[in-house]
Design a protein around this ligand. Sequence first.
Ligand SMILES: [Fe+2]
Length: 386
Amino acid sequence: MLDFIFYLPTRIIFGSGAIEKTGKEVAELVHKVIIVTGRTSARKMGFLQKVENSCAAAGVTTVLFEEVEPNPSLKTVERGTEVAKKENCQAIIGLGGGSALDAAKAIALLCTNPPPLTQYFGKNKAPHPALPLIAIPTTAGTGSEVTPYAVLTNTEKEPHQKQIIAEDSIFPRKALIDPELTLSLPPDITTDTGIDALSHAVESYTSNRAFTLVEGLAKESITLLSKNLPSIRKNPENLQLRSSILYASLLAGLCIAQTGTILVHGMGYPLTSELGLTHGRANGLLLPWVCQFNLKSAPKKFAQLAQALGERTEHLTIEQAGEKSVEALSRLLDKLGIPKRLSPGLMKEETLKRFSQEMMKNQRKLANNPRLPNLQDIMNIYQKIL
Ligand SMILES: [Fe+2]
């Protein structure tokens, strides 16, 4: 029997040239916004100008905060909030990759809720709804334009930690998703963010919290990404391919908005915050090994995952077909040039143990994972990438 809740309060405007509609979409909500973006690329690529022009044409006043760094810190969010409040902005536009969008979400929340932001780490902890948020992604991977999550780096803690705000009111009110903005992304960013999307889709599909509607979206996303991510490396300026990958990333975002992620993201966060790997790269390293660990828990599901990845499985047993999914993922990551291991010496044994112990405290990710690991299981998975 079908029995589920699918919550999405975001109006999705997808298509080539969608960015030109920003002003009209914002003007339906408010007349003064702050644009939150990174330090260079949105300006350099001319996207910022397009957003400003579109807002001006629709009678919307814009204020600019272009200080978001990769893996944004709490301090950046506090500074952005100060500007937004001082200027009496009524809404936030997040323009950029996952970092800019997540910082924009946190600023939207801190504009209407008392500091410090750290008290809102966790799920639905803020007493007041955030300011409305309009998301304009410029990479294809995070899916942040349709999720209620903001991932921030807590630089007040040593070692630095990635922490998550999950708050229904930071779901973007509108998402303008324009593949033209991703046309000139460099190959490494295209691959890394694409692998993040793939990881979202696979994690959501195999999560304990998956349900039929999510599974359908996730499978579609996985098929599109496995087919098109290798091709985009040869044809980076193919708008059709860019559009397909951005769409797949959107689908994967819709999925994790409902189910959250599992062990791959949980174990990957410290590889980014402490060892400096990109988020996508960290997920890519761990994805096949986590799937291999989870195989036993749901062989049928993994057999279907293999099919979504383009494997022929009709002559195989369910278990053999399931194993094909892990092989297919490894092969795909190989094709994308993702190494199978960390650089030698990057993660010491004692660090591996500490990361594993931290993972065991992450009750939500453990509960979402289809097979419950113990400390040794987590350590074994980390060992695979040494
Ligand atoms: Fe992610």
